[in-house]
Design a protein around this ligand. Structure first.
Ligand code: NAP
Length: 340
């Protein structure tokens, strides 16, 4: 926790991630009251924080004055425009949109994995928060990599409706109501039908057939683990779950790692909860992850089809852990590093 109040501008306060930032600040008792900002078109005037109502302002030239950090929980186009304006006022941007993730001079950070890189935010005035599932994946795999050296990762990421923001949640709600009433839902601009379906496309397709989200998993994880030679292949699927992303993970390590040793390493790692008692039908599920700050890990088992192979299953609250919690921890690290 930061000692000094965090002078925070929260841009996109009215959105799914913005509201999760407020919940994270409340739950972890982070001192300070954020400035709540949204677009000029926002339909929300007031938001509750610690039992009081605060006004939501439209972003303006004055918004970043006196702030140490701006969390940008907005679409990429808005983030690109706002980050330089914030930095002109000496305010670091923590970007959640992905607009800066691949840019030169912008550190990519998962708090708890590579916190020291936050200091490099001073190069461009921006720190990029890794994409939601990669936050959970990096927290889970970093300790196993340190212990046994990862050689290869095969991961399937199940994206919930809320990973497409408020619009995604509304779409799945509408579809489920229609389907349970025996009607075919109205088609949506956003994606194929999510209700009672699986959609094997998250993000635009790239040459070669992977999607942007799938490619990002590999490039981000290699950077975060400082493992440029790590082999990774990812498949991203949108599933009819409202909250919580799930990761089906298969790894191969350079050195042998027993199931018990892997569980012990994961248990000792901050930010993870091992929930793994198959005989008692105890394992991670998205419904258990909602509003939890931890990544839940279980179903750890040997993959006998390859040398030093392991399988596991991990889930986390995509809004709270994958996005908001990481951004707030980066903001706290920036302020701490500035004060030390
Ligand atoms: N959802 C996830 O699981 C997740 C995870 C990691 C990262 N992200 C990223 O986080 C960002 C926000 O996602 P979300 O799920 O919270 O979306 P959302 O629910 O659609 O909310 C979008 C927010 O952005 C604001 N906004 C839009 N245009 C703006 C502008 N020009 N200036 C200022 N504010 C503007 C909206 O405010 P109004 O009230 O004015 O519309 C709203 O507060 C996106 O870039 C997304 O890719 C999302």
């Amino acid at each position: 926790m930061t000692e000094k109040p965090l002078q925070l501008a929260l841009v996109g306060a009215t959105g799914s991630v913005g509201r999760a930032v407020l919940e994270d600040l409340e739950a972890r008792d982070v001192p300070g009251i954020p400035r709540l900002l949204a677009s000029t078109r926002s339909e929300v005037d007031l938001l509750e924080f610690r039992g009081e109502e605060y006004e939501v302002e439209a972003v303006s030239e004055r918004s970043f004055r006196g702030c140490d950090v701006a969390i940008l929980a907005v679409p990429a186009a808005a983030a690109r425009e706002l980050a330089p304006r914030a930095w002109a006022n000496g305010c670091l941007s923590v970007d959640l949109s992905g607009a800066f993730r691949a840019e030169e001079g912008v550190p990519l950070v998962v708090a708890g994995v590579n916190d020291a890189d936050v200091a490099r935010g001073s190069v461009r005035g921006v720190v990029a928060s890794a994409s939601g599932p990669v936050v959970s994946l990096a927290l889970t795999l970093a300790p196993l990599h340190r212990e046994a050296g990862l050689v290869r990762v095969v991961v399937t990421v199940l994206f919930p409706a809320s990973s497409a923001g408020r619009a995604g949640v509304r779409q799945l709600e509408r579809e489920m109501v229609a389907l349970l009433n025996g009607e075919e839902p109205e088609p949506s601009d956003l994606s194929h039908r999510m209700g009672m379906n699986l959609v094997p496309q998250v993000g635009a397709f790239l040459p070669g057939g992977s999607t942007e989200e799938e490619a990002a998993v590999g490039s981000e994880l290699r950077r975060l683990l400082a493992a440029p030679g790590l082999g990774i292949t990812a498949t991203a699927i949108r599933v009819p779950v409202f909250y919580g992303h799930s990761l089906i993970v298969n790894i191969a390590t350079a050195r042998p790692l027993t199931v018990e040793a892997a569980r012990a390493v994961l248990r000792a790692s901050p930010g993870l909860k091992v929930i793994d008692d198959p005989a008692g039908r105890v394992y991670p599920m998205p419904m258990l992850a909602v509003n939890d700050d931890a990544v839940l890990v279980g179903r750890v088992r040997e993959d006998a089809s390859q040398p030093n192979g392991l399988d596991l299953f991990a889930v986390a609250d995509n809004l709270r852990r994958g996005a908001a919690g990481n951004a707030v921890r980066i903001a706290e690290a920036w302020v701490r590093q500035r004060l030390s």
